[in-house]
Design a binder for this molecule. Structure first.
Ligand code: 26V
Length: 831
């Protein structure tokens, strides 16, 4: 079931936009209505009286799309005429969510569309809930790509996103008896009105085969790759509309198909299934999004996917460049290619291959053009998440690329020897090939060496890149690593998802706050104004009531909107420490039972997130949260002081409803492990106060909002390293923390799993003896910080701090981030 937007809460943004942006209401509404009606007849092929809500949604989307297309072609012509440099964002994930309200707000057409739809006797919110949530991503990395696409369009940067048009996005999560179950996601089932199939944009993608060496009189000799498998990539374009609709870019996603739909000879011989096996093998490439938050399993299909989209995108980029400029060598002044993590690292050898083998450019020039064009963003330093592929697999699937990688490595190691001297340790550490335990290609090193800039996603993360994983590469190529702290698009994460707050902000800071988020600063002087505080609280309350209604209606749990909504929404991972939050919940429950008449702050603990299907401990943590909820929510002694809710199937649409309704934002990763986080920004922008560790972008949020307006706790990154070096046994900590000891004993006793007392033994065991994520080590300080939150909640300080959070978050707009990429990495001017 889709996570429904509560009815009647979505106010039209452009109700408050300046008059010059207002369309001639009556005319436009009439025109929209008539186009929608004609689409029902001409596209759905139905009489209007037979149309269902889905037909109406498609008709409305197509009506809007018509208007977008004109802007889109206009943007393309302008870029073409100016010969402007373009940015190409290569990403295996784009977590774009629903597009209807995004496009409506950015086109300033929300009001007339809403009126037209309601005039037609339909419920606008019901209609928008029909749209499937496009979940072509796992989490932060994919959502960042979606925010960036929107910001690039808003800043009128000529850009294109490249990825895969997965038939099935991230799995649908169902919670059954407290356990996560996964079901395939089917976003394309009823058609996708936003995409344009480009039957004329098709490229051959080749795999396997062998190499041959041809002698040539003029040069170094040519390597010929004779592949033995060909698959076709076909383009589908989705327009991405920028704010105010001035500029539109495309997200180009590739779909895979076989060259021949089937082998007729095999079919005729009676082997009907066998005849289609080639087609199935080809189509498998764009069938599923890999749930890549899981250890990269080294699956062959994943590498096939990576090469498939990299090769199609680069062929497309080079075609376009040659067509407009005529000189392949001028590529770096017309194209900037950004690699979103290592997943598109094959762009380095593939670009060199195309330049050399297709356009006959020599090695040195090919390498030079490549590094000048490409740059790479790193999104995690966790060793288990760093992508490597067995050399043997490369040899089999991409022999020419391995050949090129070896050649890059030879030159690179020669440079390293000059720099470090003949030191075996540094040679091994910078090599593109990891020789420990089977030879493997290091995709992060490959991307690093093939790029002119490498960036981290928060100040701390970029610093850790320089000090840890990339320390030797950084010494060899100083000045390549740079920081670009992540951001979020305020259009989706404030204007659209929180129209009530946006309207209040416009009253307080002027309508121009929609275009200039720095104006949020004007709230500072209102943060102690009782009348403003009251309006601010009313908005939050409205959003909480809406969420409470959904929780009651869809999940059968009654929560009090005046309680503190304490929210942790993100992928379930041990390093993100949902377990720390869960055991604090138990400790609080026990404390309330000890003193039922105490002055407790009523709290609703809200969790949402998916665990990778094969991640057993994460799935057990989901079960623990649900089991704790079962006990606490049904314990009459607790009255309404504490409730625990696990909202299933967390996705972008769910976040759009939960974020505006949150009071407390849980950002409690083990210090040094969360590269940045972006949920932290969404929640703070919507007035939630953060309880968090000194990790990722939390540190910069603290700098911006001020230490009095955030609750920081726990070990710092260097203390984490030190503590771990002393071993992972937490017995000493548990002995000196009676609260923690009591929580663990309750878990071991089966207090939350009376039907199976041994269920959570693996969790208790980790807390006692394998405290790698420092859950036990940070527990006491976290409990203390939570009680400081309670105290603050009860005082006027809370609203004051909450307002200051909103006032000081402007810097976290992805417009700022993209401006920095454009200026410092891409060399693209931003007007
Ligand atoms: C992958 C894996 C695989 C092995 C097990 C542990 C693990 C943990 C995380 C990942 C995801 C890696 C890429 C990623 O999504 N990084 C996220 O990127 C966001 C956007 O920059 C950033 O805000 C998040 O902090 C970062 O985790």
């Amino acid at each position: 079931m889709a996570f429904d937007v509560p009815p009647k809460r979505l106010r039209s943004l452009d109700e408050d936009t300046p008059a010059w942006l207002e369309p001639e209401d009556d005319d436009i509404v009439a025109e929209i209505k008539s186009t929608i009606l004609s689409k029902i007849v001409l596209v759905a092929g139905k009489d209007v009286k037979h149309a269902d809500i889905h037909d109406w949604y498609i008709a409305a989307a197509l009506t809007l799309r018509d208007r977008i297309v004109y802007q889109w072609l206009q943007s393309d012509r302008a870029t073409q005429n100016h010969g402007a440099k373009r940015a190409y964002y290569l990403s295996l994930e784009f977590l774009i969510g629903r597009l209807l309200t995004d496009a409506l707000t950015n086109m300033s057409l929300m009001k007339p569309f809403r009126m037209a739809i309601e005039d037609l006797g339909l419920d606008f919110d019901e209609l928008r809930n029909v749209e499937p949530d496009a979940a072509l991503g796992n989490g932060g990395l994919g959502r960042l790509a979606a925010c960036f696409m929107e910001s690039m369009a808003s800043l009128a940067i000529p850009a294109r996103g490249y990825g895969i048009r997965y038939e099935h996005g991230l799995f649908r999560q169902i919670i059954s008896n407290g356990w996560q179950e996964e079901f395939p996601e089917q976003w394309l089932l009823s058609g996708n009105p936003w995409e344009f199939e480009r039957r004329d944009v098709v490229f051959d993608i080749q795999y396997s085969g062998r190499l041959d060496h041809a002698e040539e009189d003029d040069s170094e000799g040519r390597t010929l790759w004779i592949p033995d498998e060909t698959i076709q990539a076909i383009a589908y374009d989705t327009p991405i509309v920028g704010w105010r609709g001035h500029h539109v870019n495309a997200l180009r996603l590739w779909s895979a198909r076989a060259v021949d739909p089937m082998r007729l000879d095999t079919f005729n011989s009676g082997d009907h299934l066998g005849a289609m096996s080639e087609m199935a093998r080809a189509q498998a490439i764009s069938k599923f999004l890999y749930p890549s938050d899981e250890t990269p399993a080294g699956r062959e299909l994943r590498l096939r996917q990576e090469y498939f989209f990299v090769s199609a995108s680069l062929q497309d980029i080079l075609n376009r460049h040659l067509h407009t400029d005529g000189d392949i060598r001028s590529l770096p002044s017309h194209a900037a290619i950004q690699l979103n993590d290592t997943h598109p690292s094959l762009a380095v050898p593939e670009l060199i291959r195309l330049l050399m083998d297709r356009y006959h450019i020599g090695w040195n020039d090919a390498l030079d053009i490549t590094t000048k064009t490409i740059s790479y963003t790193n999104h995690t330093l966790l060793p288990e998440a760093l992508e490597t592929w067995p050399v043997e697999l490369f040899e089999r699937m991409l022999p020419r690329h391995l050949d090129i990688i070896y050649r890059i490595n030879a030159e690179h190691l020669a440079a390293a020897e000059k720099h470090f001297g003949a030191d075996a340790r540094s040679q091994a550490s910078v090599s593109l090939i990891d020789e420990t335990g089977g030879r493997r290609v290091r995709m992060g090193h490959l991307a690093f060496v093939g790029s002119h800039r490498i960036n981290g996603v928060s100040a701390m993360h970029s610093e850790l890149m320089r000090e840890t994983v990339f320390a030797d590469l950084n010494s060899l190529y100083p000045d390549r690593i740079t920081n670009k702290t992540n951001g979020i698009t305020f259009r989706r994460w404030l204007h659209q998802c929180n129209p009530e707050l946006t309207s209040l902000l416009q009253d307080a800071c002027g309508a121009a706050v929609l275009d200039e988020p720095e104006r949020l600063r004007m709230l500072e002087r209102l943060s102690d104004d009782p009348a403003f505080q009251q309006r601010f609280q009313t908005v939050k309350r409205t959003n909480k009531v809406a969420l409470a209604q959904i929780i009651a209606r869809q999940f059968g749990i009654v929560v009090d909107p005046s309680a503190l909504f304490d929210v942790q929404i993100k992928r379930i991972h041990e390093y993100k420490r949902q377990l720390l939050n869960a055991i604090e919940t138990i400790a609080l429950y026990q404390a309330i039972l000890d003193d039922p008449q105490g002055n407790w702050t009523p709290r609703v603990k809200i969790f949402a997130g998916k665990a990778a299907a094969s991640y057993r401990q994460a799935k057990l943590i989901i079960k623990l949260i649900n089991d704790i909820g079962n006990v606490i929510n049904n314990d009459p002694r607790i009255r309404d002081l504490l409730k625990v809710v696990f909202i299933p199937n967390y996705n972008v649409s769910a976040a759009e409803v939960i974020v505006p309704a949150s009071d407390l934002s849980e950002q409690i990763s083990t210090a040094g492990m969360e590269a940045s986080g972006t949920g932290n920004m969404k929640l703070a922008l919507n007035g939630a106060i953060t309880i968090g560790t000194f990790d990722g972008a939390n540190i910069e949020i603290a700098e911006h909002v001020g230490e009095e307006n955030i609750h920081i706790f726990g070990m710092r990154a260097d203390e984490v390293v030190q503590r771990r070096s002393m071993g992972l046994d937490a017995t000493d900590i548990i002995t000196s923390s009676p609260k923690l000891a009591r929580v663990i004993e309750a878990i071991e006793r089966g207090a939350f799993s009376p039907d199976d007392a041994s269920r959570f033994i693996p969790i208790a065991h980790a807390l006692r003896f394998l405290d790698h994520y420092l859950v036990s080590a940070d527990f006491d300080d976290y409990y203390r910080a939570q009680r400081a939150v309670d105290t603050k909640w009860a005082s006027p300080e809370w609203t004051h701090s909450s307002i200051l959070n909103v006032a000081r978050m402007a810097w976290f707009s992805s417009d700022r981030t993209i401006r920095e990429y454009a200026e410092d990495i891409w060399g693209i001017p931003v007007i």
